[in-house]
Design a protein around this ligand. Structure first.
Ligand SMILES: [Zn+2]
Length: 239
């Protein structure tokens, strides 16, 4: 199944993390994230849409009907203005929320909420649209995507990339790797690199510290934003 990619600017990540994690009584919080979807076909690469965050709307005040440490009930009536904006500006809807009690996975309630939101926006804007669901727990993002045509199917997310002076990748699943592969990686990139990859739900690195061989490894394992060519990527290191 094809997997998609999500990109946030560092500033958007900070706004979201600050908002979602700062309830005075540690309740769950939510935010709308609006995305531009780029669905370009690249030669010799499997199809993977990129969802670029373009705006963040904090769910403040009457957006929230009820909340606690373990639940969040939002006011769906307010969603209509967001549906209108998505339709008008050709954006995809995202819903981000926090799990302050450190439940790392999406819950069954999240499942029902995502389907309700998707049903709501599909009723207004048609079914050929996506819902990006993002979960923040313990400072780390995980995400999944649903398509209005087939709302019960969860489309996997390859990674959530946060781009600032560092590049941070969340939600990466480590592939099954043989000991031989791990040894080769360790010889090429050193032990810390393997440790990082094996513990990776999230890791970050400074572009300036990426050697050409490491860049190649990351690039061909789809661990880098695909729109960075090698040249533009290294230019980034001088910013
Ligand atoms: Zn949840």
């Amino acid at each position: 199944m094809k997997s998609h990619r999500i990109t946030l600017l560092g500033s958007q990540d900070r706004i979201l993390q600050d908002w979602l994690c700062s309830h005075p009584e540690s309740h769950e919080r939510g935010a709308i994230v609006l995305f531009r979807r780029l669905a370009r076909i690249v030669n010799d690469q499997e199809i993977s849409d990129r969802f670029l965050a373009v705006d963040v709307i904090k769910m403040t005040g009457d957006w929230v009907i009820q909340s606690s440490e373990a639940h969040l009930q939002i006011n769906m009536r307010k969603m209509t203005q967001v549906y209108f904006r998505c339709e008008n500006e050709g954006l995809e809807l995202g819903f981000a929320h926090s799990h302050p009690v450190r439940y790392l996975s999406f819950s069954l309630t999240d499942e029902a909420n995502e389907q309700n939101i998707l049903k709501g926006i599909s009723g207004c804007n048609g079914k050929n649209l996506f819902l990006v669901a993002m979960l923040l727990c313990d400072g780390r993002w995980s995400a999944r995507i649903r398509w209005g045509i087939d709302p019960e199917i969860v489309l996997p997310v390859r990674h959530i990339c946060v781009v600032s002076e560092r590049i941070k990748l969340h939600g990466i699943t480590a592939p099954e790797e043989s000991t031989e592969t791990l040894k080769r990686q360790e010889a090429a990139f050193g032990k810390p690199f393997n440790t990082m990859l094996q513990s990776r739900n999230c890791f970050e690195y400074l572009p300036a510290s990426v050697s050409p061989s490491l860049f190649q490894y990351l690039y061909f394992n789809s661990l880098l934003p695909r729109y960075f060519s090698a040249n533009s990527y290294f230019r980034l290191s001088f910013l």
